[in-house]
Design a protein around this ligand. Structure first.
Ligand SMILES: [Zn+2]
Length: 371
């Protein structure tokens, strides 16, 4: 009897050791991979745009991140990218030509981060201050050969797996016969969207408790942050409240779309206002990630706009008094990236935007990341 017990003992010990390894091995593996991913894109946001925001604000939420790096942004065919090619790189991990929205150079659809996430049963959403059909958000859920195909992108939104859609752009969803429509057909996509989720057209109509939401708050882009009575942070909070109900997790894109627009206009006050609005939204996501864990946050830009520099001002009085621009367009300057949460260590150093996109997809799919 005792001899038999002695024989079984090593088997029991081995089994227990194996189970411990299995449980803790899995735990540490899961700790390295995020359940939720929030990507922030400051459109056109270079180092000087952040500098100007920091001078005016004092302290930014961006300073809460411990991991940071730089990103090269060129597209497949040009040194100076546009938002479509850059956003495609971030959303699919692949380079493409300027104006392409998540299609390859031979115009084949490229699978996006959102499409991978939806296959895993996760919820997806976008919150932008442009039209929701704009190139940057569109690259996460649509596939068109040219970013100007807003009407086609709107149609793809209706047929996509998106759970939250907040921004402007209702002009592309209403039939040609309706006043204010920019469609060339009589499709009523707002009606189609309503069969999938509640649709509201003004901020004060945002519902409290819903599982999905489309809030199209302006005909095209949203008003500038200075001209609206709600912040990007409030829109972000509404999106996270809905998406975080999914136990399998979510992937959310937030875009400060108008940092770019102010920089095209060489309007430094506009850049500062949009930067502060964007940074507030970053704080909302960061608070969520700190409280709930398992959330990877990435903040970066699609490209730099304006060749912008701060020439004078005062930290004491929080004023930017003199700035310069080298162009009314985009530049090839690298853009910053900030990361927090599981997998964040992948985003330090100098990397290309397509490599960043691939790393985000690898983390989502819990794949080993190749350097
Ligand atoms: Zn631009």
């Amino acid at each position: 009897m005792r001899a038999a017990a002695e024989k079984i003992k090593p088997i029991i010990v081995c089994t227990v050791l194996f189970l411990i390894l299995l449980i803790f091995g899995n735990c540490s593996r899961n700790d390295n991979y995020p359940k939720n991913i929030i990507i922030y894109i400051g459109d056109g946001m270079g180092v000087a745009h952040i500098t100007a925001g920091k001078i005016a604000r004092g302290t930014l939420n961006l300073e809460r991140f411990s991991v940071s790096g730089m990103v090269t942004t060129h597209s497949e065919n040009e040194l100076i990218t546009d938002s479509a090619a850059a956003s495609t790189a971030l959303a699919t991990g692949r380079k493409t030509y300027n104006r392409a929205v998540s299609v390859s150079t031979d115009k084949k659809p490229l699978k996006t981060l959102f499409e991978f996430a939806e296959e895993l049963g996760k919820s997806t959403g976008v919150v932008v201050t442009s039209s929701v059909t704009h190139a940057t958000p569109a690259a996460f859920f649509a596939h068109v050969e040219d970013r100007r195909q807003h009407a086609d992108i709107a149609e793809q939104i209706v047929n996509s797996g998106l759970d939250v859609l907040i921004g402007g752009g209702w002009t592309y969803f209403i039939p040609k016969s309706n006043e204010g429509s920019r469609r060339q057909d009589n499709k009523n996509l707002l009606k189609s969207l309503e069969t999938r989720m509640p649709v509201v057209l003004s901020y004060d109509k945002l519902p409290g408790q819903v599982k999905k939401l489309a809030a199209l708050l302006a005909p095209d882009g949203l008003p500038k942050s200075a001209d609206r009575d709600y912040s990007l942070a409030e829109l972000t909070e509404a999106a996270i409240r809905i998406l975080s109900k999914n136990r399998k997790g979510f992937v959310l894109l937030i875009e400060g779309s108008q940092i770019d627009w102010a920089a095209h206009k060489q309007d430094h006050e506009g850049i500062i206002a949009e930067m502060i609005d964007f940074d507030g939204a970053v704080g909302t996501g960061f608070d969520f990630a700190q409280k709930h864990g398992s959330t990877l946050i990435i903040v970066t830009a699609d490209h730099e706009t304006g060749g912008f520099a701060v020439h004078d001002g005062s930290i004491k009085t929080k004023q930017v008094t003199s700035t310069g621009f080298t162009t009314t367009g985009h530049t090839a300057s690298m853009v910053p990236i900030f990361a927090f949460g599981p997998g964040s260590s992948q985003f330090s150093g100098i990397q290309d935007n397509a490599r960043i996109g691939q790393a985000i997809i690898d983390l989502l799919l819990k794949r080993e990341i190749k350097n």
